[in-house]
Design a protein around this ligand. Structure first.
Ligand code: F0G
Length: 464
């Protein structure tokens, strides 16, 4: 690997640099997170984002076919012949007027960036292809992650497709939807279910990876985030390179919002866009650490020196009260987001806001997204629930352009969908009622009819 790309501590006052091949993913001096950084002055930076349009003509080349790697000039850390791609990043950015109407936005303003078409069915493949490429470059034989289900599905797929590495995944017990668990099992990952939640699993996988020298692909791995920057490049591409006013993204471990922030900081500094959009990170109310710290406790990036005392007090409160993350949006059921400092940087540089939405608001938004023609899992719908909230608050103007990121496919968690639409009060109460969801305002209930032709015809004439 050349010296044109390297790793660097995210805190500017430390700024320690680390070799590109290092896999500790922590600053050796201050313990902070690392970025992948580039010597842009010595790299061929495109003069305009239109440069990437020409890649479409070259779709038979696997790297240009990939919706991630066709933007590799904007994260040039890997040699082309080392890239491990399985065609990830074929996504849609769909104009969604029905969703706009639900949120109180004007027609033509609201877009859904749909990541469910990735090989493993979630946005994670954008990052996994990048981390996997780095892992292969440094000769890793095993790769591990803790996961609420999508990172593990993605890792399992890359290991199976490449036959290059063994996947080791850590999941919390009872904390993963069947759609996602089935992927890990089907694709042959060693699946370690620990008695605990995601936060416990993430702590353990970091210890185990260190001890056994296993390559870690959680989003503490900065190469993951380089790949996830491409989600924003594709949004800009779909909007004809016009920067939207708002990007709304669900917040869990805060890798995605951190990656988006880094993408926009770099594009602005390279002169490729005039300004970054504003970013809204949407937490589930049962897993709202970023919301509490940023909006309630005023914790800010502060030039790379966030208020560690305030963060420490909050984390101690979580410990002392044994407060566990608890939301139906299991993908974002996380109380100790590993990328917190990078998320604070993204919020700082992109005029960000953070909101929390209840499980009921998430499921209503999800049903509206589905009725509008795109299916997503609960966590993804937090972005649309957040848009509705921010329009009602007057923070987002109905005429502004907003892009909500739909992070995962509807079939990832069919239980939640069926329980929401179920006519069976027990199914609703068991799955949703005990989580505080009182009503399924947009339920599309199945109609029960006897096995009788005239009754069936009557029911159809009545309802359709
Ligand atoms: N949406 C979905 C569908 C996810 O799976 C995740 C995270 C997020 C949103 C949140 O993204 O962590 O970058 O803030 N899932 C991780 C996993 C934690 O293990 O699959 P984030």
């Amino acid at each position: 690997m050349s010296d044109l790309a390297f790793q660097r501590c995210v805190h500017p006052h430390c700024g320690t640099t680390v070799d590109l091949a290092d896999t500790a993913f922590r600053c050796p001096k201050c313990g902070g997170l690392l970025d992948v950084a580039y010597d842009w002055d010595r790299l061929p930076v495109p003069k305009s984002l239109k440069h990437f349009e020409s890649k479409w003509a070259n779709r038979t080349h696997p790297l240009d076919f990939s919706g991630v790697w066709r933007f590799r000039d904007l994260f040039p850390f890997a040699a082309d012949d080392k890239v491990m791609t399985i065609g990830e990043g074929q996504t849609l950015c769909q104009r969604a007027d029905a969703v706009a109407a639900y949120c109180g936005m004007k027609p033509g303003t609201t877009f859904l960036q749909y990541e469910g078409m990735n090989p493993s069915g979630s946005f994670k493949d954008n990052g996994m292809t990048a981390a996997f490429t780095h892992a292969a470059t440094v000769g890793a034989r095993r790769a591990a992650c803790a996961s609420t289900g999508n990172t593990s599905a993605s890792l399992a797929i890359y290991c199976a497709a490449s036959q290059m590495m063994r996947a080791v995944i850590f999941i919390g017990s009872g904390k993963i939807s069947y759609g996602k668990l089935s992927q890990a099992l089907e694709h042959g990952a060693l699946t370690v279910q620990i008695a605990g939640d995601f936060d416990d699993a993430l702590r353990r996988v970091q210890e185990v990876s260190r001890q056994l020298g296993i390559y870690l692909v959680n989003s503490v791995n900065p190469f993951r985030l380089e790949g996830q920057k491409s989600i924003m490049f594709r949004v800009l591409e779909a909007l004809r390179w016009e920067v939207p006013d708002w990007i709304l993204v669900p917040g869990g471990n805060l890798g995605n919002c951190s990656a988006f922030g880094k993408a926009f900081i770099e594009l602005t500094e390279l002169g490729l866009i005039p300004r970054p959009p504003r970013i809204a990170v949407i937490n589930a109310a049962g897993a709202d650490t970023l919301y509490q710290l940023f909006e309630k406790n005023g914790v800010r990036w502060n030039g790379g020196r966030p208020d560690d005392r305030k963060i420490g007090v909050y984390m101690k409160y979580l410990d002392d009260a044994d407060k566990r993350a608890d939301t139906l949006a299991s993908a974002i059921e996380i109380n100790r987001p590993v990328n917190l400092p990078k998320a604070l940087r993204a919020l700082d540089r992109c005029g960000g806001v953070v909101r929390e939405v209840t499980d009921g608001e998430i499921l209503d938004a999800k049903a509206k997204i589905g009725a509008g023609g795109l299916g997503c899992e609960p966590a993804s719908a937090a972005s649309v629930a957040g848009l509705l909230k921010l329009v009602r608050e007057g923070v987002i103007d109905p005429g502004e352009r907003a892009v909500c990121i739909l992070t995962g496919h509807v079939l990832k968690d069919p239980d939640a969908t069926v329980a929401y639409h179920s006519a069976d009060p027990k199914a609703f109460a068991d799955k949703l009622g005990k989580r505080g969801v009182r009503r399924a305002s947009f339920a599309n209930r199945a109609v029960q009819v006897p096995n009788d032709l005239s009754e069936i015809v009557k029911a159809i004439e009545l309802y359709a």
